[in-house]
Design a protein around this ligand. Structure first.
Ligand code: SAM
Length: 433
């Protein structure tokens, strides 16, 4: 998005470039043939996505220069950790002290953290997660755009409002031209550097059509492209990688195979996991995670979910709340508790891969308008804005009353920028050296 800083290429080693952001060095994978030392580039998710002219970059950087260091100071102040002073439980302090040093925690300690209820104990837990986020990621935060290209779905997930069970739902499928136009708007007008293309599992697009769409976006509107079309088969993954897709967003939903089977009577847990493992082997960045608050889920399931996401090499963890949809078999169940989801995000920061990002989901924002802020202060460092045409958004109703459903892109960007600025976060999402 427009909240993005170009960096200067300082070094090129085979396919890796070292990029300078006001003296900070970061690393990115480069697939663009025409990048040389001294060029200015935009990078996302560890990939160089586009080159910009030196004059344009100098203009943008002159605006950013002062703010970049001011933001870092704000972030440092907000992420300072002191486990002394407070009259907290000795056991909690001891666990958090080890967590803050990235030392191993036992399963019963993880369960204890997920079970915390007291506000001052939770505050210390979240501060520890925020400290770790700052330690490994500094003040970087990445913002993706998501285009929900179709709400047709052949699968019958019991929680999902766009599943094949929902016969009442008006279905839509964007045409190739409509998708390209949305991608153009997101990249050229609003400056997004990475796009997620998502749909239900919709056989209405052939793999060849999806390949054409990804290839054209890549050629005409340079961005890092994530696909999220469900289980499209290993050869589908291969073809879309060749077309230029570099990320896969696919949750395994739950690591508990029995619960998975209950929630997805027509699906196979192993097949989902196989897609994720093959995608990683093909070179995709993996965005994965699960639903928190599914009926029948317990704390051990959540801990196993985090370990599974780590084992699948998540580059970004995506854990969000289950929210009941009235036209699904789970309509009578209550939604996840916001606090349980934020605790999960904090625990991901404590035991997940340190360099991985953690997403704030729209579903969590739907349950609380303070959730984005609270999550970003509890270990999260990534956001996804909805860039689907406004006319289609009400029909991508995976759960009711989705946050930002009727907000245009500029409004979402404005409030995101103001939130990120207030927390001292800056739009550089590369690994620091
Ligand atoms: N078809 C793709 C797939 O299978 O991954 C992507 C589309 S699917 C609708 C995207 C995500 O929506 C799912 O991974 C699921 O976790 C989430 N979702 C579906 N129903 C939900 C609900 N009721 N509450 C919260 N999240 C939900």
């Amino acid at each position: 998005m427009c909240y993005a800083i170009p960096g200067k290429v300082e070094k090129i080693e085979a396919n890796t470039v070292i990029v300078d952001y006001f003296g900070e060095k970061r690393k990115a994978f480069n697939e663009l043939a025409q990048v040389s030392i001294g060029d200015y580039i935009y990078a996302q998710g560890g990939f160089v996505v586009s080159k910009i002219s030196s004059s344009e970059a100098q203009n943008i950087l002159s605006v950013w220069k002062e703010e970049f260091f001011e933001l870092q100071e704000v972030d440092l102040r907000l992420s300072r950790l002191s486990l002394g002073g407070k009259a907290a439980d000795k056991r909690l302090l001891e666990i958090l002290d080890r967590a803050s040093q990235s030392r191993e925690l036992k399963d019963n300690e993880l369960s204890y953290l997920l079970g915390l209820k007291d506000n001052s104990a939770l505050e210390l837990f979240y501060k520890t997660a925020n400290f770790l986020r700052q330690k490994y990621h500094k003040n970087s935060c990445c913002v993706h755009g998501i285009i929900e290209i179709s709400n047709y779905c052949r699968k019958a997930c019991r929680y999902c409002g766009i599943s094949s069970n929902n016969k009442e739902l008006k279905r839509y499928r964007m045409t190739k031209d409509q998708i390209l136009e949305s991608a153009r708007e997101a990249v050229e007008v609003y400056g997004f550097k990475s796009l997620v293309l998502q749909s239900g599992e919709d056989p209405g697009y052939s793999i060849e059509e999806l390949v054409q769409i990804v290839r054209e976006i890549k050629e005409r509107f340079p961005a890092l492209i994530f696909i999220s079309f469900g289980e499209i088969g290993i050869s589908g993954l291969e073809k879309l990688y060749q077309a230029g897709a570099r990320g896969l967003l696919m949750r395994f939903e739950t690591s508990n195979p029995a619960l998975y089977q209950k929630m997805h009577p027509d699906m196979d847990f192993n097949s989902r996991i196989e897609h994720l493992r093959k995608a990683y082997a093909l070179g995709y960045l993996i965005l994965t995670g699960g639903l928190i608050g599914l009926p029948g889920q317990d704390k051990d399931d959540i801990i196993n979910d985090i370990y599974l996401a780590k084992d699948l090499h998540a580059e970004m963890y995506s854990f969000g709340p289950f929210i009941p949809h009235p036209a699904t078999p789970l309509a009578g169940h209550g939604p996840a508790r916001v606090e349980d989801v934020i605790k999960t995000l904090a625990l991901v920061r404590v035991i997940g891969e340190p360099n991985a990002k953690i997403l704030v989901t729209t579903a969590l924002e739907t349950l609380s308008n303070q959730a984005a802020r609270s999550s970003l202060l509890a270990g999260a460092n990534s956001l996804m804005l909805n860039v689907t045409p406004l006319s289609y958004r009400p029909f991508y109703s995976i759960y009711p009353n989705r946050a930002h459903q009727s907000e245009d892109i500029s409004t979402q960007i404005e409030s995101t920028i103001s939130l990120l600025r207030s927390l001292g976060r800056a739009p550089t999402d590369l690994e620091t050296l």
